[in-house]
Design a binder for this molecule. Structure first.
Ligand SMILES: [Fe+2]
Ligand SMILES: [Fe+2]
Length: 167
């Protein structure tokens, strides 16, 4: 890989992390009553997303939707079959229940993502898009549900009201 391709990958990772970090910092600023600081963190977070996407597109890692679904499925498979199970075991051995919880819920949700993406890919292979449906995400664990909000999150037990609809 060229030095520049390496740098683009590394900058993509850094900008992506800065985006999520600033979202977390904005939430904290809101909690502490600093709504203007929160606004600034959200603005910078959006800008970091622009940078991250510029880097990723320059790397030519955004392909056709069919290819992108294949990439997404293999990433999710890696996460729930290899990465998170290992991380979860290590967190238990380290006596870190919070990390174990975080890895465990992510692990379960990645399996759901893999299945949702696979469904989308199967439809595309038939030359159609999936039937229209809404998606809801659990604010507590990230569980991703199609159709309607469940009464209670089947993964983390959160109430129905913790689910928000995505665009
Ligand atoms: Fe995922
Ligand atoms: Fe949940």
């Amino acid at each position: 890989m060229s030095k520049t391709a390496d740098n683009l990958k590394s900058a993509f990772a850094g900008e992506s992390q800065a985006n999520r970090r600033y979202i977390a910092f904005a939430q904290k600023a809101e909690d502490e009553g600093f709504s203007q600081v929160a606004r600034l963190f959200r603005a910078a977070a959006e800008a970091e997303t622009v940078h991250a996407l510029n880097h990723l597109k320059t790397l030519k890692e955004v392909k056709s939707t069919k290819a992108n679904l294949e990439t997404a499925i293999s990433g999710e498979h890696f996460e729930f079959k290899e990465m998170y199970p290992g991380y979860l075991d290590a967190a238990k051995k380290d006596g870190n229940p919070k990390a174990a919880w975080s890895f465990n819920v992510a692990n379960q949700v990645e399996a759901i993502h893999a299945s949702l993406f696979s469904k989308a890919l199967a439809a595309l292979k038939q030359g159609v898009e999936m039937a229209e449906t809404d998606y809801y995400v659990c604010r507590v664990c990230g569980n991703t549900v199609e159709g309607m909000r469940p009464e209670k999150c089947p993964i983390c037990g959160a109430a129905k009201t913790e689910f928000f609809k995505t665009d």
